[in-house]
Design a protein around this ligand. Sequence first.
Ligand SMILES: [Zn+2]
Length: 417
Amino acid sequence: MPKVYIIDVTNRDGVQTAKLGLAKLEKTMINLYLDQMGVFQSEFGFPTTHHEVRYLRANLELAETGVIKSLRLGGWLRAIVPDVELAFKLVPHLKHLNLSISTSDQMIQGKFKGSKTRASIIDDMRRAVSAARALGAESIGVNAEDASRTDLEFLVDFALAAKEEGADRLRYCDTLGYDDPFTIYETIARLAERIAMPIEIHCHGDLGMAVATSLAGAKGAIDSGVDAYINTTINGIGERAGNADLVAVLLAVTKSKGFAGKNLLGNSINLSLAWKIARFTSYAFGVPIPINQPGVGANAFAHASGIHADGVLKDPQNYELYSYEDLGRGEPEYVETGREICAGEYSGISGFRYIMGGMAVTFNNDEEARKVLELVRYANVESHKPLVEDELIFIAQYPEIARKLLTLVPLENIPSE
Ligand SMILES: [Zn+2]
């Protein structure tokens, strides 16, 4: 029975969103939360981008030492040999990656302007996959950028060539959010029949349908007998109108009329972390969660009108499709309304020990506390806002890893590991 897996791309598609970004510690926290949720893979960044390298290495170390338990960390790169070689040179422990290249005639003509043809696209991709395999990649997804505007026959040729080279999955990118649920179902179902390999569904919300198209695409894959890997981002943050929202996709796969009760998720997901990950990501990006956001919006379980309030009080199922407890909501939140001591880039030892003491984190001596404080200061230089409790605890628990991922040296020749 084919299954649905989640590959969250917040740390790749999310951070390349105009006007938004995340500090490396924030990206790390997202990986940790995704791992705790049981998400299959995090597309954790760009292994050929110099300022990402230390963060990527540090997160791979978290996986190697078991701090990140089951989450796969996948890098994104262009499907060309020089990028593959550079990625493994800069991040030698990389195991999972997605290789991306445009496949539509629009992009071949409009972007490459005659420098590439359909044949050379397949050739580039083949060489990149083969190089990645030779350099030790354990799993490879091959991304057809602008797949929804790509001729289906070419997409089949592209995917079969990728499969022949040893790629594990095809990523069908609805890069411009052009598909609707009906077209993507048809396309993916036909594609899956022809290529018989797992398909990633990567959808955007330019027409307000990212979650719907993701679900319909996944159904197309499953109905044709292959696994579906839905690409999501937390709170739907992504380029332009964004991507398919992680929590909404999980709700749709588990609670919607046609999917509920079918046990389609390939690995069990702890939905009760939904509230926490959505809130943290909202804080980290500095983008509020819309009041009407599925599951995690302020109004997702709010009722005012007489008939609804009466109905939900008699039986929540009258007006709620799922319960707030399932999403980790309902706990009282502590908000400081009086004196507050915050950790910042100019904090001192006394205030810092006071803050950490409030979280039951103690230090053996002032020297140890000073070392952690120094890292917290650097973390603040990057994030420009008070660190949340989990970030402070992470730094106190793993100061050496924190030091690595906080290290940014512009224009350096990055030393090998
Ligand atoms: Zn995208």
